[in-house]
Design a protein around this ligand. Structure first.
Ligand code: AKB
Length: 312
């Protein structure tokens, strides 16, 4: 089976491609993105999801049967360039779904995000079915992508599945253009023994997850027995929630001289619309979702991969 990953050079894509190659064999994976993946020996095709013909050719020529559609602009980039976010996130998803339908692809997995929530959404332990009125271009396009996935599943029997990710924390590939990116930047700064200026207020509590758990959740959802699924494109997954101040304090345990200053910018308004925590019981009940990393374990694992030896 050939598995296509769009957005393969991004923060999630680059790690998903490696995990899929390990699980199903290198020849089963085809990576595509607008920019080449650094240091990878996985088959790669340069592709822009806005180009339906180019995408169609890649899917046809390679006999693709499953797609992980990760290409997307994140929340902060989406507010800076709403037209590009609309084109990549929404038209790109339309192109992937229509091409998948027309070429008999078996399954499409589309990650979504807590960005679909808006200021009217309850804040704590939010279940998948709740008030969803996003006010960012990222949220609007990702929510529409969830609905398109539902539509293609029921109308054309295309097996579309998806989950709403919280902020994702990882050390291998840098994130780009997200609101939860502060968490990675803060850990990297501490590990490199540099001060950090945080672009969110110190009391902004958001749900988060370590990348290893995010990658497992994508693969587990894709492999789950369809007869057990009670939802399609909006399973919640999450591991823990914390504020910038709590992360700073945890980092102090490892680096007592670490200093953070707070200077909220336009991303504060985005974060203020998102919930503090998610109810992921449907994912646990339907396909056994269970995160392995808690907050402390995530921080110490990040540091073990990032810390530079101290120069004396
Ligand atoms: C972002 O901050 O935009 C993303 C997300 C929560 O989807 N990390």
């Amino acid at each position: 089976m050939k598995i296509l990953v769009t957005g393969a050079s991004g923060q999630v894509g680059s790690e998903l491609v490696t995990a899929l190659a390990r699980k199903y064999g290198r020849d089963s994976v085809l990576a595509c993105d607008i920019r080449r993946m650094p240091d990878s020996d996985i088959q790669f095709e340069e592709a822009d999801v806005r180009d339906r013909d180019g995408l169609g050719k890649i899917i046809r020529d390679n006999g693709v049967q499953k797609i992980f559609h990760l290409a997307a602009l994140l929340s902060a980039s989406g507010e800076k360039n709403p037209t590009l976010a609309f084109d990549v996130n929404l038209l790109g998803t339309w192109n992937v779904l229509t091409t998948a339908r027309d070429q008999g692809v078996k399954q499409v997995i589309i990650p979504s995000t807590i960005g679909v929530f808006g200021p009217d959404t309850p804040k704590k332990n939010v279940p998948p079915t709740t008030i969803v009125r996003p006010r960012t271009m990222y949220g609007i396009t990702k929510y529409a992508a969830e609905l398109l996935g539902d539509y293609f599943s029921s109308k054309f029997s295309l097996d579309c599945r998806g989950l709403r990710f919280p902020g994702l924390i990882s050390y291998l590939s840098p994130p780009g253009g997200g609101t939860t990116d502060y968490s990675i930047e803060m850990i990297v700064a501490a590990a490199h023994q540099e001060p950090y200026e945080c672009f969110l207020r110190e009391d902004t509590r958001l749900p988060m997850m370590y990348m290893q758990d995010a990658i497992s959740s994508l693969i587990d959802l894709s492999e789950a027995d369809s007869s057990r699924l009670t939802r399609r494109t909006d399973y919640h997954v999450s591991s823990f929630s914390f504020t910038p101040k709590e992360l700073e304090e945890e980092l102090h345990r490892h680096f007592p001289s670490f200093r953070v200053t707070y200077r909220p910018d336009f991303r504060q308004e985005i974060a203020d619309q998102w919930p503090e925590s998610l109810d992921y019981s449907a994912a646990s009940a339907d396909w056994g979702f269970k995160p392995r990393f808690d907050f402390r374990h995530m921080v110490s694992d990040m540091i073990s991969h990032l810390a530079r030896p101290k120069v004396i």
